[in-house]
Design a protein. Structure first.
Length: 130
């Protein structure tokens, strides 16, 4: 089962962070069709957020056709976002871990690593478009 976390520094609203985390877990194969999401009550207790925030996230996921709420039973994943690229995740994750270790050894903190990654990601994406 997915365990949500919130980053107050991200500038992304809490409900959207929950939506993004579900989508990401689905892409990585951590959430699969038929899996149950944590109850609203459990998420509220763990993250100390308003129940309406969780409900809004779950409603958006339901609107996208990714989950379905079953009255009195819970909210379940109805679709998968994984594809054939899932097999490449393991080796890529190992490379990324090595890169992150090198970045930390070079003295970069989390914010610097994130900034470097995001700027590089954007520049590569722009090159792909051009």
């Amino acid at each position: 089962m997915i365990e949500f976390h919130l980053d107050g520094r991200s500038g992304v609203s809490p409900y959207l962070q929950l939506v993004q985390q579900v989508r990401q877990a689905m892409r990585l194969g951590l959430l699969r069709q038929g899996d149950r999401l944590p109850t609203v009550k459990d998420v509220v207790a763990r993250l100390a957020i308003n129940p309406n925030t969780v409900l809004k996230a779950y409603r958006e996921l339901e609107h996208e056709g990714l989950v379905a709420a079953r009255q009195g039973v819970g909210t379940f994943v109805t679709k998968t976002l994984t594809d054939a690229s899932l097999a490449a995740h393991g080796p890529l994750r190992q490379e990324l871990r090595r890169w992150l270790t090198k970045a930390r050894m070079a003295g970069l903190d989390d914010e610097s690593i994130e900034a470097l990654f995001n700027s590089t990601f954007r520049s590569v994406a722009e090159e792909d478009i051009a």
